[in-house]
Design a binder for this molecule. Structure first.
Ligand code: ADP
Ligand code: ZN
Length: 777
């Protein structure tokens, strides 16, 4: 802390803006003065970071003189106001902060938890992410201790085992006389002394839990308590040989393995066309790191984390990795967290939040689909997981590999600047050719109202069906229609809480807001003019495309792959398996179909509306459209049958469309880089978004104006706004945006910290800071 005699964190907390109560132990503060000297002389004070949005750690004292000060990183339970919380010892309290809160008024640490301490490297990472994203460090820490149950000693597990009576019954000759088949199966399951819960024993024996309980009642199975620690995740055959690599793959793998073996921080970009075998190639680096006794983290976009990837991993290494994503149960997360912290879990595959897991021996990070926008988290702490993964690797002095067929411009520029090294896979595996891409100029196509498939696309669908091959139709829009309007009065059905149209979902018969989750049944009358039967759907969503395909090709077996119709990655994986098994002819989906899937019989990809992502103020609109469409196109013709791609667009002359048609990725990136450089936009300049929101428009405007008055006037910085956000109202909150543009030489975080420190955000107003924004809504 700087300054001569700064207030401690605890006294800062007492400010009116904070909702937490002032801590301080009344019992102690009332204590006698002579006690004071003893306490402070003997028991040290420590700083404890709590998983709360506080500006810094708080001071606590060690409970008594006989307890040694816990090491930094130790998890402790403390009291804050009336709350009991788990925090992390961040270090000894510095002398400067000591005078402000007298020692005897400090609360004691209530309990020191026997959890493995948070490693120095992870603590540093938390601090650096907080500094970079302008978030309170406690809010970042919360991501590193997201499963509180994992921090407690695990509760004992009740397990069952066959008793000697049970074993005797099993040994008796004469099948089925004394034992039912189900009971026999349970006893056989338990014979080898494995310790299963009743439910697990029943599951393995393929019967109900009642059968196991019956055996317990009969004294043939007994129960006992085991210490709670879960068994280690199954060890894999980390040195098992993978498939024979092609010479390109081998050369690439060698370079990755070299860097993994060398240790130390390095960033390698594995840039390979779709289907070139990037996964097999980086598996070699993983094998190397695991064989060297290090832990490995693979980050994947949530929706790419399907069973296809996991199956391949299992085939390669003979064991499943530990998974970390939204579909993982709370119990599994708790076990995963502990297994990772204790080093028992060697390899973890997860979505962006896995970046904050407590690996003690991390040796390698892989970020697959590094360009994917879902690596950016927009709410809470807004961070870009790919960039923060590079930071984590640098703090841990380990290599990181960024993998993509369409690397982000940021990454491409970092290669050009010599900061990242590139390893290239220019060809598809096993002679498969890249698909032929054709643009369909929708300005020339005559498509009946309410229909969306052009003649060339419909023809190609028919041909593909006739050839017994599979097609994929891509439209990045859920539901049936994005807009419903009244033919009589022109009224458009809008969300009551957001500046957004309601999207019709036919399967559920409801109109939904995709921003806040509001839903209502499709009304019979226009809510505005009360006319009956005048509401009409406008525009297509995937459900409507399905209807059109079904009408044209009644014999086609059609599947929809959309996140809202699939409860999780597992269900998506099952659908993908059904596609591989050719139980469907046409798959229609949103971006969930674009990632990672490998469907050998898929030879046609149709993009229904390629222009969708190009509208709006997103500076990466063109880049994202290119990446997404290229990725979707990459699903076609991945094996011996050649693939073709038809892209429907009203803007065939647009550079993105031209680049896609010509397969000129590098030309596109170069043009895009020039445009961004000229405009001073990332990665050639820095950008931050400030979003002010409030329960009423006046407070939002008032706060935004106060911010505007205090805005920095410095060379190399320009502040745009405030302006109403495109999503001007979200969940009934009124939103105003600033965009801060800075030259690369400017320390944007320092400027923002100074600016925001001079403005009070009061009342219902909230301010969200988004460094490197990806969303401009
Ligand atoms: P990418 O990730 O570059 O799109 P993948 O790693 O998914 O490519 O590989 C595409 C397909 O080719 C997969 O089915 C994969 O198993 C297969 N493949 C890639 N390399 C090899 C190899 N050396 N031997 C056998 N199969 C391979
Ligand atoms: Zn809404």
């Amino acid at each position: 802390m700087a300054g001569a005699n700064p207030p401690t964190a605890q006294s800062r907390l007492a400010g009116p803006a904070m909702s937490v109560a002032m801590p301080g132990c009344r019992a102690n503060s009332a204590g006698a003065a002579d006690q004071r000297a003893d306490l402070s002389a003997a028991a040290p004070r420590v700083r404890v970071m709590l998983p709360l949005p506080l500006p810094e750690p708080l001071d606590y004292r060690v409970p008594d003189a006989s307890t040694a000060a816990p090491e930094p990183g130790t998890f402790v339970r403390v009291t804050l106001g009336s709350r009991r919380l788990i925090g992390v010892v961040w270090g000894k309290a510095d002398a400067e902060s000591a005078p402000a809160i007298p020692f005897e008024r400090l609360k004691p640490i209530n309990e020191i938890l026997p959890t493995p301490p948070l490693q120095p490297e992870l603590r540093r990472f938390v601090e650096r992410v907080a500094l970079y994203t302008l978030s309170p460090p406690g809010a970042v820490l919360r991501m590193a201790m997201s499963v509180e149950a994992a921090l407690m000693p695990p509760p004992p597990r009740r397990v069952c085992a066959a008793t000697s009576a049970g074993l005797a019954a099993l040994a008796e000759p004469g099948d089925g006389k004394k034992l039912t088949t189900a009971r026999r199966r349970v006893l056989e399951t338990l014979r080898d002394g494995a310790a299963y819960s009743v439910a697990e024993a029943a599951r393995r024996a393929g019967c109900g839990a009642a059968v196991v309980r019956g055996l317990i009642a009969a004294g043939q199975v007994g129960e006992r308590l085991l210490p709670g620690e879960m068994p280690s995740p199954p060890p894999g055959a980390w040195d098992a040989l993978g498939p024979k690599l092609s010479s390109d793959q081998l050369a690439a793998a060698r370079r990755l393995v070299e860097r993994t073996g060398a240790g130390g921080f390095s960033v390698t970009v594995l840039d390979g066309v779709t289907g070139s075998g990037k996964t097999e190639t980086y598996f070699e680096a993983i094998a190397r790191s695991l064989a060297a006794g290090r832990q490995v983290l693979v980050l994947l976009p949530e929706i790419a984390l399907g069973a296809q990837w996991l199956d391949r991993f299992r085939r390669r290494f003979g064991a499943a990795p530990v998974e970390w994503h939204s579909d993982v149960s709370h119990t599994a997360r708790r076990d995963a967290w502990r297994a990772i912290a204790s080093g028992r879990a060697r390899i973890v595959v997860g979505a962006r939040s896995a970046l904050f897991l407590p690996f003690p021996e991390l040796g390698l990070i892989i970020v697959d689909e590094e360009h994917d926008p879902s690596f950016k988290q927009d709410d809470g702490v807004s961070y870009q997981a790919r960039d923060m993964a590079v930071l984590r690797a640098s703090l841990a002095h380990i290599p990181i590999v960024l993998v993509s067929a369409t690397p982000s411009l940021e990454t491409v520029v970092n290669i050009a600047r010599g900061r990242y090294q590139r390893v290239h896979l220019p060809r598809r595996h096993a002679e498969a050719s890249l698909p032929e891409i054709t643009l369909v100029d929708m300005r020339r196509e005559r498509v009946a109202p309410g229909h969306f498939l052009s003649a060339p696309l419909a023809l190609a669908l028919g041909q593909t069906l006739a050839a017994g091959e599979q097609s994929l139709l891509f439209l990045n829009r859920r539901g049936y229609a994005p807009l419903t309007l009244c033919r009589a009065c022109g009224h458009r059905l809008q969300c009551p809480s957001c500046t957004a149209w309601l999207v019709e979902h036919r399967f559920t018969g409801r109109l939904q807001c995709h921003h806040c989750g509001y839903a209502m049944p499709v009304p019979a009358l226009c809510p505005e003019c009360l006319a009956a039967g005048t509401l009409v759907p406008c525009g297509p969503g995937v459900e409507r495309i399905r209807e059109e395909v079904a009408a044209r090709f009644p014999e086609a077996r059609i599947a929809l792959m959309v996140s809202d119709l699939l409860p999780g990655p597992r269900a998506a994986a099952e659908l993908a398996d059904a596609m591989v098994a050719h139980r469907y002819d046409v798959l229609i989906g949103t971006q969930i179909v674009a990632k990672g899937h490998h469907f050998p019989m898929l030879t046609l990809v149709g993009v229904v509306d390629a222009d969708l992502g190009l509208t709006g103020g997103d500076l990466r609109a063109a880049e994202r459209t290119y990446q997404l469409l290229h990725q979707v196109a990459g699903r076609a013709g991945r094996e011996d049958r050649p693939g073709r791609v038809l892209i429907q667009t009203y803007m065939p002359d647009q550079p993105v469309m031209q680049a896609l048609a010509k397969g000129d990725r590098d030309g596109f990136l170069a043009a895009e880089a020039n445009a961004r450089r000229a405009a001073g936009l990332p990665p050639f300049g820095r950008l931050a978004a400030l979003i002010v929101s409030a329960g009423d428009p006046d407070t939002a405007d008032f706060t935004a104006r106060a911010l505007a008055r205090a805005a920095p006037q410095l060379p190399g910085i320009s502040v745009l706004g405030p302006a109403p956000a495109p999503l001007a109202i979200l969940r009934r909150r009124h939103r105003r945006r600033f965009l801060v543009k800075a030259e690369r030489s400017v320390n944007l975080q320092a400027v923002l910290r100074d600016w925001l420190g001079r403005v009070r955000i009061g009342g219902s107003a909230r301010l969200q800071v988004d460094i490197d924004p990806y969303s401009f809504s």
